[in-house]
Ligand binder design. Structure first.
Ligand code: ADP
Ligand code: MG
Length: 492
């Protein structure tokens, strides 16, 4: 009969347990009690076939930890009890199997240890974990070949396709810096914060990908706070907190996304605190994101908040009009789409909330065009956008125009309303009046009143001045046309 069938026979199990219990006696004398409890008590001896002892371990991670730290001790001990020919084999419980009754397992030789050694009292083996990437995440299904941390990165998020703009310049360049010298800059931790869909995840993933490109030997791990919390809960149920912490302590660049989710989870904060300290002390890089400025994270432990301040807190703002336009162009290029510039402007103008919606608008537009076999033009864009964003068909008011002019000239709103003869203010005021007359149905009197009480003759005079200047000053005209286009876009 096939030998394998005897693997779990009682006889073999009993023998295995007897041998293992002798081994444990030896091991106990050689290490401290806590280590013994953590790493040896959970081991079950499940079979003894000739001189091959099979040990069952609770997880892939556990197996790797044993192999790295205790293979020598294990090897020596087993040889002492079973003789020179003794061999060790592991059975690893697969973590993916939820069912406790019928746990899946894989067998694995202790390959390094089984290598013939010249001196039977000394197991000579290279340290497998010299290469820090040579391990697996505790939640991944164990693979037998190359054991590697899966960095959990999305290769599509790179610096190349991360558009730089006023809204993200500081965070982006800090990110690049960190990617070049992970753990070796003062930006540790790097905390990127900003609103939903403003590009936090993209940026930190890009950092991860860049580190992998520049430093292939560094162990990078991207994990969402949500996943981290769930892993933590799973491991605490199974009493494997140590595995969990140890695993995270092996990472060189830890990217933890959306840490605001830690706020109600105090136990997770505790465990993260331990991991943070270890990594930081060992010069490892920590990268965090949050949708709330760290200082406003109510419910986050002060000791964590103070550590977040050790490094750089870089905010990302809502993407401005120029950046939105640029992002659309990059996405179109990626998708091989061609869309007329006026449509790009229209979409960029009307979808202001976040980049994810901007992408959604582009997809909706493209879908409509394909389905209806139509060119993407402004008409189509208007129809699609109407369903897409509430803001699309907004009434243009004098205030809207005032704000647009202020933004265009970088003029504070209250300056525009001030009764001053300063040239730049006067000019902006005239232009605003001109645009208000052209794009709203307001009376001249009403327009005048919106500037703190000018009468209608001033408004008429302003409009004439603007028209005259347009005829004589080409630079002025260019500015005005650009501004007028913005106002026009806002009005459709
Ligand atoms: P957050 O994590 O802040 O909620 P994401 O990083 O998930 O936002 O960004 C949402 C989407 O917008 C992603 O598809 C991302 O690629 C894209 N995106 C955000 N910012 C940029 C940018 N500056 N350049 C290019 N794409 C961007
Ligand atoms: Mg995100």
């Amino acid at each position: 009969m096939d030998n394998h069938l005897y693997h779990n026979s009682n006889n073999s199990v009993n023998e295995a347990e007897a041998v293992w219990s002798k081994c444990l006696g030896v091991i106990k004398d050689n290490i401290n009690y806590r280590t013994f409890q953590t790493w040896f008590e959970p081991i079950r001896a499940v079979a003894l076939n000739g001189s091959v002892l099979t040990l069952q371990v609770p997880s892939q991670f556990f197996y790797e930890w044993l192999e790295e730290h205790y293979v020598e001790l294990l090897g020596k001990t087993i040889k002492r009890i079973l003789g020179r020919e003794a061999k060790l084999e592991y059975r690893i419980l697969m973590e993916s199997s939820a069912s406790q009754r019928n746990p899946a397992s894989i067998n694995m030789p202790a390959s390094n240890y089984n290598k013939p050694s010249k001196d039977s009292n000394y197991v000579d083996m290279p340290l497998k974990w010299d290469d820090p990437t040579n391990i697996k995440t505790p939640y991944a299904i164990p693979g037998l070949k190359r054991m590697q941390i899966d960095p959990q990165l999305n290769a599509n998020y790179t610096f190349d396709n991360y558009v730089e703009g006023d809204c993200n310049r500081v965070a982006r360049s800090a990110g690049l810096h960190v990617a070049q010298k992970p753990g070796a800059t003062s930006f540790n931790p790097l905390v990127v914060f900003g609103g939903v869909g403003w590009g936090k995840t993209h940026l930190v993933q890009a950092i991860g990908n860049e580190v992998r490109r520049l430093h292939p030997n560094k162990a990078v791990l991207y994990v969402s706070a949500e996943k981290f919390i769930n892993q933590f809960i799973d491991h605490s149920k199974n009493n494997e907190i140590n595995d969990f912490i140890h695993f995270y302590q092996l990472i060189d660049v830890l990217i933890l996304d959306d840490i605001h989710l830690f706020v109600p989870a105090t136990k997770t904060q505790d465990v993260f605190f331990a991991i943070f300290n270890h990594l930081h002390q060992s010069g490892k890089q920590i990268i965090l994101t949050s949708d709330t400025p760290p200082k406003d994270l109510e419910g986050m432990q002060e000791r964590l908040l103070s550590r977040f301040r050790w490094g750089l807190n870089a905010d990302i703002q809502a993407p401005d009009f120029e950046t939105r336009q640029h992002i659309l162009q990059v996405k179109m290029k990626q998708e091989g789409l061609e869309i007329p510039e006026e449509v790009v402007k229209y979409v960029a103008y009307n979808v202001q909330t976040n980049v994810r919606e901007l992408e959604g608008a582009l997809i909706a537009l493209f879908a409509q065009a394909t389905l209806n076999r139509k060119e993407i033009d402004l008409d189509l864009a208007k129809r699609v956008m109407k369903n897409f964003v509430k803001t699309a068909a907004r009434e243009l008011t004098i205030e809207n125009i005032q704000k647009m002019v202020c933004e265009y000239f970088h003029l504070p709103y209250d300056r525009l309303l001030a009764k001053t003869r300063k040239r730049e203010v006067v000019q902006a005021r005239q232009i605003t009046m001109y645009l208000a007359k052209k794009f709203t149905k307001s009376s001249l009197k009403n327009i005048g009143e919106h500037f703190g009480g000018f009468d209608h003759t001033t408004v008429i005079h302003s409009c004439q001045t603007v028209e005259n200047l347009m005829d004589t000053d080409t630079e002025y005209k260019e500015h005005l046309l650009e501004l007028q286009q913005k106002v026009q876009l806002a009005s459709i």
